[in-house]
Design a binder for this molecule. Structure first.
Ligand code: 28F
Length: 641
């Protein structure tokens, strides 16, 4: 810290600076981590403040620019941050907001912060973790300016640096994250930013978000996100590669006057058997659900069953449709805004406020009832589908009971599994290999003490197109269930998993990528906790072997192959691997099995929504988006999961 930079500070302000020092000492406590994820939190934080100004009704447009040097600029057309002297700190409110920890909450003049919440740590944290930051406020035809350096030290107090038009009011923040803090560098990921801004635009209808991103080569991509239909457009987007059962999307919104909770919900059924329900509180994806999702299910169950009975779809009381039946093929987004959200659960991704249940159930119940009465055709389609699901559920229970019986009767592992000798799950690995020839090499090449091999015959079942009863009939999937040992679906118990590494190994070509995706669909749908636990990997076999004498290089891309050719200059041999089957056991060990040299890509569900759309696209009926995706992403390292 260089002292001459803040000589105008009083004693009181030194404390303020110490506050920001604490952020620099333990950044993880404020932004979760100093990885790329933490870096992106800085952007979310500043953008959230603009979103709040828009939700308060004062801003309509947010411009976000990221340049190739990692400088982020965010601007909104709101009222502009208050420029007067702050009563408690004796410095401008702008400077207070950026130098006092949690100033946003503590100094809030009554209006609650809607956006953020979970990560809403305040702009001062972003300032503390920035190499430099500049703030401009456009208000009453003047431009105010302040600059901070070296982790939050103002260079001089807020001052007027120019004039602007009356209608140009708003706030602008520019910053460069501090590379000394962020261990993985200060480069932003285009896809991550793009997807979050798109999501924010869906969740906050009518807010226009202009996004501009300059990549390393200086090429600029521009996008404008504006969805006046809000969640209605979000659900249409999520179903874009699916065959929908009704064009009119069920859409409900309302505010509960007593609690000041606002609710927005959109629902549309498609012809698959999978439910995709996404919930948000204050623009945060509540991945573990919570009381808003409970209220949603209560209303759905109550209203659909009432309608089915009132209209003689079902006669006896025993024919009650279960929520699981009603959820089949349903895509829904639930978004609530709460003045005082309480989060719980392992990752604080579960909404806990109990009053929310009744509020959501009430608002959705009323809206859904109205929709069904006004759309008898759609109502019939939905109830027919739920009744079919109910029949399938009963069939599935029978199938599952017989599978379980079988599992009890024959506790032996599936015949095709070549198990490892270790019984310690922590070190055990299972390679799921497509095709018998590759399975053979893997069997020979592996280290049998801790590596098991499960060869799968041909393509496995496309689970998105199959009902649960058929899934239990499928031999390949049954082998997986027994080999993993942890159960499936709702009955899964990850602590029983027999291998802590499940490695999907397919050829590095389009067919292989397709098989890999199919397997991941199975895992995603029926073994989700196993993916969430970080137990699933994709093996990355090389595409080329470049050899000169005893020196061997394995290349995973054309570019890498070119590099090795240059390295060897001349007299080298190149072998292109068309499939895993072409490698002998020793080569397979060296390139794909040996923990010392192999490359494994861990599969995470960072964004289940997009994983879902990739799967739908790859496996849905629409051929065109699928073909495009496969050709653009032929190297499956790019799969969005
Ligand atoms: C680029 C990031 O941060 N926009 C913001 C405002 C507007 C007000 C405000 C912000 C009130 C008491 C805390 C203006 N006039 N974009 C932004 N726009 N903060 S941040 O007030 C700060 C709070 O202390 C604002 C009247 N009320 C509020």
């Amino acid at each position: 810290m260089t002292n001459h930079e803040h000589t105008h500070y009083s004693d009181n302000d030194i404390q303020v600076l110490e506050g920001l020092e604490a952020v620099r000492v333990r950044p993880g406590m404020y932004i979760g981590s100093t990885s790329s994820k933490g870096l992106h939190h800085l952007v979310w934080e500043i953008v959230d403040n603009s979103i709040d100004e828009a939700l308060a009704g004062f801003a309509t447009t947010i411009d976000i620019k990221v340049d190739k040097n990692g400088v982020v600029t965010v601007r909104d057309d709101g009222r502009g941050m208050p420029v007067g002297i702050h009563e408690k700190t004796g410095i401008s409110t702008v400077e207070t907001i950026f130098t006092v920890l949690h100033a946003g909450g503590k100094f809030g003049g009554g209006a609650y912060k809607v956006s953020g919440g979970l990560h809403g740590v305040g702009a001062s944290v972003v300032n503390a973790l920035s190499e430099w930051m500049e703030v401009r406020v456009f208000v009453e035809e003047k431009i105010y300016y302040i600059r901070f350096e070296n982790g939050g030290h103002s260079v001089e107090p807020l001052k007027v640096i120019g004039t602007c038009k009356k209608e140009e009011s708003g706030s602008e923040v520019r910053f460069k994250a501090d590379p000394e803090i962020f261990t993985e560098g200060t480069d932003y990921d285009y896809q991550t930013l793009y997807e979050r801004f798109r999501q924010l635009a869906f969740l906050n209808k009518g807010i226009k978000i202009n996004f501009s991103f300059e990549d390393k080569d200086g090429e600029v991509k521009n996008h404008t996100f504006l969805y006046n239909g809000g969640l209605k457009e979000y659900v249409a987007f999520l179903n874009r590669n699916k065959t929908v059962l009704h064009e009119d999307i069920i859409y409900v919104e309302g505010v509960d006057k007593q609690t000041n909770i606002s609710v927005e919900i959109a629902i549309q059924y498609n012809d698959t058997y999978i439910a995709n329900i996404y919930s948000f509180c204050n623009n945060i994806n509540t991945v573990e659900g919570g009381t808003h999702e409970e209220g949603f299910r209560l209303a759905l169950n109550r209203v659909i069953n009432k309608y089915a009975k009132d209209n003689n779809f079902v006669k006896k009381d025993e024919d009650t449709l279960q929520t699981d039946d009603i959820k089949e093929g349903l895509t829904a987004v639930i978004s609530i805004k709460h003045p005082n959200p309480q989060y719980e659960g392992q990752t604080k991704g579960k909404l806990g406020n109990s009053e929310v249940r009744k509020v959501v159930s009430g608002i959705l119940g009323e809206g859904l009832e109205k929709f069904l009465l006004e759309h008898p055709q759609e109502a019939k389609t939905i109830i027919d589908k739920a009744m079919l699901a109910s029949k399938a559920r009963i069939a599935a229970r029978k199938a599952r009971e017989s599978t379980r019986k079988n599992a009890l009767e024959f506790t032996s592992l599936p015949g095709k599994l070549v198990d490892c000798s270790s019984k310690n799950a922590e070190i055990s690995e299972i390679y799921i290999v497509e095709g018998n020839s590759a399975g053979g090499s893997a069997k020979e090449g592996r280290d049998s003490t801790f590596q098991a091999v499960l060869p799968l015959r041909g393509k496995i079942l496309n689970v998105e197109k199959a009902r649960i009863d058929r899934i239990f009939d499928n031999a390949e999937i049954r082998s997986m269930i027994t080999a993993f040992g942890c159960g499936i679906g709702d009955e899964i118990d990850v602590s029983k998993l027999r291998y802590h590494k499940i490695v999907i190994m397919t050829d590095a070509d389009v067919d292989g990528a397709h098989s890999c995706t199919l397997m991941m669909t199975v895992l995603c749908r029926y073994f989700k906790p196993v993916i969430e636990g970080g137990y699933v990997y994709i093996a990355m076999p090389p595409l080329f072997k470049v050899q000169k004498g005893n020196a061997v290089r394995y290349a995973y891309s054309d570019e890498e192959c070119e590099e090795y050719k240059k390295e060897f200059v001349s007299n080298y041999k190149i072998q292109r691997y068309k499939g895993l089957g072409e490698m002998d056991a020793e080569q397979l060990w060296e390139t794909t099995l040996d923990p010392k040299t192999r490359t494994l890509k861990r599969v995470t569900i960072e964004d289940a929504m997009d994983a879902d759309s990739v799967f739908s696209m790859l496996m849905g009926d629409e051929v065109e988006p699928r073909r495009n995706f496969i050709t653009e992403n032929a190297h499956y390292a790019n799969l969005d999961i």
